[in-house]
Design a binder for this molecule. Structure first.
Ligand SMILES: C[S@@+](CC[C@H](N)C(=O)[O-])C[C@H]1O[C@@H](n2cnc3c(N)ncnc32)[C@H](O)[C@@H]1O
Length: 280
């Protein structure tokens, strides 16, 4: 396990994921009943901007930094930016970029519950420290796929699962697919949001084709590319596949995703889309 999220925290792919995460929670929170949130690959929770890793790649400068400076963000992006400001900005300066656990807890309500699994020891320890005494949250230093299957269906019966693996192992898509199928069998009403990278070679496209063939209904795709899909450079884009998206999630994101694209790819390279991969 070599992946270190600190190199990529706050980049265009991270901000896409977190805008969608906040919108998912907000749409689910329109009903008062408690929500169970699970983040299978949680990371360390907070990423100080002066850390060597963040400074070395500088990826956040083409992600969260231009968003914080942009005017008139659409509502779903404004809500996400308000959370980032609350957690990581002081006197107008970005000090730390928050990870998915802190962002989710900020959007969740007192009656909700959150479970975070993180396999890498140091990150799990940092996450526990960062969460402090939030009684809604639990951290498991454990494989995220295993933890997910052990913990669902949740007693709350309403659940959102974020699956955000590092994709450093060649069989990641395979494990993801197997786990999603098993999870859907156990908890068919759960909302599953899977982050995936878009790179030259189209591994993501093959994964999406296989997901369409599973028979699972209601799959929505949200994608943001800042390069052409087949550019050999590296990470050209990122997407989320959402199974069972809450009502009106697509409408909530309809302005925010094109706005992310126009703000983060000013030369117009790449693309943005929200589309039903498998309908009702
Ligand atoms: C992309 S990062 C997570 C970022 C985080 N979700 C966020 O949005 O802030 C992936 C994380 O998964 C962890 N990881 C790798 N393999 C894992 C596994 N099998 N189970 C749980 N965590 C794992 C890595 O240590 C890394 O912190």
């Amino acid at each position: 396990m070599n992946y270190r999220h600190a190199f990529h925290a706050g980049n265009f792919a991270d901000v896409l994921k977190h805008v969608v995460l906040v919108a998912l929670i907000d749409q689910l929170a329109k009903k008062a009943a408690p929500i169970f949130f699970m983040d299978t690959h949680a990371g360390r929770g907070t990423y100080p901007v002066d850390a060597i890793e963040m400074q070395r790649t500088g990826e956040f400068r083409a992600g969260i930094v231009p968003l914080l400076a942009a005017s008139a963000p659409p509502p779903a992006a404004a809500r996400y930016l308000e959370i980032v400001r609350r957690l990581g900005v002081e006197d107008g300066k970005l000090l730390a970029y928050p990870g998915s656990p802190l962002i989710a807890l900020e959007a969740l309500r007192p009656q909700d519950r959150a479970v975070f699994s993180e396999l890498e020891h140091e990150s799990a320890v940092a996450l526990k420290r960062g969460l402090g005494r939030d009684a809604r949250a639990q951290v498991h230093e454990r494989d995220g796929y295993e933890a997910l299957l052990a913990l669902i269906p949740p007693p709350e019966k309403r659940g959102l699962v974020l699956i955000d693996p590092p994709y450093e192992s060649p069989d990641e898509f395979e494990r993801l697919l197997e786990t999603l199928l098993a999870a859907h069998t156990r908890f068919a009403g759960g909302v599953y949001a899977v982050w995936f990278p878009i790179k030259h070679g189209d591994a993501a496209g093959r994964f999406l084709e296989r997901m369409a063939a599973t028979g699972i209904r209601r799959q929505l795709i949200v994608e943001l590319c800042v390069q052409r899909d087949d550019s050999p450079v590296g990470l050209n884009g990122a997407g989320l596949l959402i199974v069972n998206p809450p009502w009106q999630l697509d409408e909530r994101l309809a302005q925010a995703i094109p706005w992310l694209h126009s703000t983060l790819a000013p030369a117009g390279r790449g693309r943005a889309r929200i589309s039903w991969h498998v309908p009702e």
